[in-house]
Design a protein around this ligand. Structure first.
Ligand code: UD1
Length: 360
């Protein structure tokens, strides 16, 4: 069997690394090829993750880079089509919900090559999010829907997708998290930034809905400034957000430390030691749940409701008052939360994924 794995953007790498490793462990039965679309290309957004996650460098980089959604999706499709034609894989494996995910899935399915979607079935039910469109369409054309949790299965069944295509494998991001926990302890990030455990908050923001509108971004920064007066904030800043702050002339106070994006291990060491995380990331909602770190999600919805029902996540929206109130409530509460790890978030999802690929 031959598998063609596709990655494109930062949140793909921690999902694909354990799959590549699990396939390698079965190399007598399966061969694999790793294709990077080049959607993310900065050292801090891409190469450093390959190193930290011990993922071999991609066999091929399509170097599509940035662009509008149509440009980026179309460029990945154009570049990956001849690769799929030449390699004739039995499976194309895509992960997550970025533009590269949909582009590769659509191209493969039209070539009659089977597609497996890892992290299938997540839904925010918010079609203004580009990722929601990518999720719905990728699931529609995928032959194997590899889901992280029961809510995802339910969403797929409600959309009329055939039950025999759905296999619940658990959350593969946890495979990377648990594998790197020990090694992250060697990171010097806390010392480098002069931070003591639980005496700071971590912020990440990059969603267009939060950072592309001047009023919204100003409001969020006003809330962060109030919180930072009580608890200093460290904000590893996505390139898109950094350029918006400059475009909008928003100045951040010294209590909010803006730093370049961190690699996987440094970032893990940072957030696991935080008192509180404020984010609009999807992955971080899950990671903070797994380690019991309080998380406030600055969005109106989440495609990962299990992090709210079973985990440490609260979806607080973008209104400054709500963000500030929720943060201060967590500070008042004292102790960190006990991690309550959802079913099948056990670090063995990649093995189950490979098993499902071999069986189908
Ligand atoms: C993408 C994903 C999003 C994911 C996020 C994680 C889509 C639709 N969005 O959003 O789901 O949460 O990645 O980071 O696929 N840029 C750089 N260097 C890079 C990459 C991007 O400077 O290596 C800048 C460019 O100005 C670019 C902008 O960031 O135009 C946005 O990049 P893009 O890949 O379009 O989307 P993200 O916002 O990163």
């Amino acid at each position: 069997m031959k598998i063609l794995n596709v990655v494109g953007a930062r949140p793909n790498f921690m999902k694909m690394a354990p799959i590549v490793a699990a396939i390698r462990r079965r190399s007598s039965e399966v061969t694999q090829l790793l294709v990077h679309t080049g959607q993310h290309y900065d050292e801090t957004m891409s190469a450093s993750f390959f190193r930290d996650l011990e993922m071999p460098p991609p066999d091929l980089n399509l170097e599509v880079g940035s662009g509008t959604h149509a440009e980026q999706t179309a460029m990945v499709m154009l570049a990956i089509e001849p690769v799929i034609v030449a390699e004739k894989p039995d499976w194309v494996v895509v992960v997550g919900d970025v533009n590269s995910t949909l582009a590769a899935a659509l191209t493969a399915s039209k070539l009659g090559v089977k597609v497996a979607h890892v992290e299938a079935g997540l839904r925010s039910f918010d079609r203004t999010m580009p990722e929601e469109i990518n999720r719905v369409l990728t699931d529609r054309v995928s032959d194997l829907l590899l889901t992280p949790s029961e809510d995802a299965d339910r969403n797929l069944l409600a959309e009329g997708l055939a039950p025999e295509r759905i296999v619940r494998v658990g959350n593969v991001m946890m495979d990377s998290l648990f594998a790197q926990l020990e090694r992250a302890n060697q990171s010097s990030v806390l010392g480098d930034l002069r931070l003591s455990p639980r005496e700071f908050a971590v912020v990440t923001l990059h969603r267009p809905a939060n950072v592309d509108d001047v009023g919204t971004l100003k409001n969020i920064f006003a809330a962060l400034t109030t919180i930072a007066a009580e608890l200093p904030i460290v904000f590893p800043i996505h390139p898109r957000t950094r350029s918006r702050l400059a475009d909008f002339g928003i100045e951040s106070p010294p209590t909010i430390k803006l730093i370049d994006p961190l690699g996987y291990r440094d970032f893990l060491q940072l957030w696991r030691n935080a008192r509180l995380v404020l984010t609009d990331s999807g992955g971080l909602q899950e990671e903070t749940t797994a380690l019991g770190i309080p998380c406030l999600t600055l969005r109106d919805n989440t495609e990962r409701p299990i992090t709210v029902t079973q985990g440490t996540n609260q979806v607080v929206g973008r209104a400054p008052d709500r963000i500030i109130a929720a943060a201060f409530e967590i500070l008042r509460r004292g102790q960190s939360l006990q991690p309550r790890i959802p079913e099948l978030w056990d670090g063995r999802a990649a093995e189950r994924i490979v098993e499902a690929l071999l069986k189908n």
